[in-house]
Design a protein around this ligand. Structure first.
Ligand code: NAD
Length: 305
């Protein structure tokens, strides 16, 4: 990689035991940063620190639930006592949502997601700032493209990430006087399988990759590279903003026409040929001129199946 942008610096990465957070911890560590991982997965956290240490990255694991103020206060104090500085905070820990309908969602479920995904970053920022203001620094919040776009039944998650983007600009303005920059990053679909403990094989199909204008689903390393840039002095004029990193998916305009149906069916059947055949069928049915005639022909085809 050949870059040493964080020699002598200290970062805190929440949820750094696994997934995107682990890739961020790894990347910042490779560039010379001392790394503190705060996580609720003790086994994975201890394992991750062993892996980092084997690469000569100075790191510690601290058990902390980011939604618990006592945990956060103590963890941040421990990091400062050990490393004598906190320069970068990456608020990455987050949880997803089961996808229940609005009527089935419970207040406890809503609160838990808001607690971890939104209150957590607020608490970690509040306590880290006690030390970050001594030297200046950078806070990076890991939001999501789901702050801007939704599938059905994702209210708590989407709202937590939208809130995190608003928290980002609020913090950026409040903390500017300490020389602290605050930025959020909104990833699209990231395949974290290789960064789990133990690592898992990817279950993605070629068509999952094809849907992305960049030609592939994202990797934790993509997010880590952006976070490393944003945390570095090269990004010293960037604060208060959100940066989308999604392989182009949210820029892609989607109208419900033949090509979308073809792509959708190809993805559903995991076969491009099936998508093409359905498209051909649609073209033929359209050529019959009247809807009634098309329906009749389609009925005949279904009868034969
Ligand atoms: P992951 O489940 O692989 O890892 C999350 C880590 O956070 C785990 O180590 C977990 O133990 C830890 N964690 C969970 N709750 C915690 C808590 N209360 N306190 C401390 N640690 C806690 O998830 P991931 O896919 O790597 O996601 C990381 C972040 O990126 C999340 O904020 C997620 O919302 C966001 N994100 C992920 C994707 C994606 O496609 N994977 C897309 C957009 C945004």
């Amino acid at each position: 990689m050949g870059m040493n942008r964080f020699v002598g610096k200290v970062c805190v990465v929440t949820g750094g035991a696994r997934g995107i957070g682990a890739a961020i911890a790894h990347r910042l560590g490779l560039e010379g940063c001392k790394v503190a991982i705060l996580d609720v997965d003790r086994e994975a956290g201890e394992q991750r620190v062993k892996m980092l240490s084997s690469m000569s990255i100075e790191s510690i694991f601290i058990y902390a639930d980011v939604s618990n103020e006592d945990h956060v206060r103590e963890a941040i104090d421990t990091v400062y006592k050990r490393f004598k500085a906190i320069n970068v905070l990456v608020n990455n820990a987050g949880i997803g949502f089961s996808g229940k309908s609005l009527e089935e969602q419970t207040l406890d479920e809503w609160r838990r997601i808001i607690d971890v995904n939104l209150t957590g970053p607020w608490l970690c920022s509040k306590h880290a700032v006690r030390y970050m203001k001594l030297s200046g620094g950078v806070i990076i919040n890991i939001a999501s493209t789901r702050a801007f776009q939704s599938e059905p039944n994702t209210e708590p998650y989407s709202a937590s990430k939208g809130g995190l983007i608003a928290l980002t600009h609020a913090l950026a303005i409040s903390l500017a006087k300490y020389g602290i920059r605050v930025v959020s990053v909104s990833p699209g679909w990231i395949d974290t399988s290789a960064w789990q403990i133990p690592p898992k094989g990817s279950r993605l199909s070629p068509l999952d990759h094809m849907w992305h204008p960049a030609g592939r689903v994202g990797r934790p390393e993509d997010i880590a590279a952006l976070v490393a840039f944003l945390a570095s002095d090269e990004a010293s004029w960037i604060t208060g903003v959100n940066i989308v990193i999604d392989g182009g998916v949210s820029a892609k305009m989607v109208y419900l026409d033949e090509s979308v149906i073809e792509e959708g069916l190809a993805m559903l059947f995991q076969d491009r040929g099936v998508g093409k055949m359905f498209r051909e069928l649609i073209e033929r049915l359209k050529s019959y001129g009247s809807v009634e005639e098309a329906k009749k022909r389609l009925g005949e085809i279904l009868e034969k199946l």
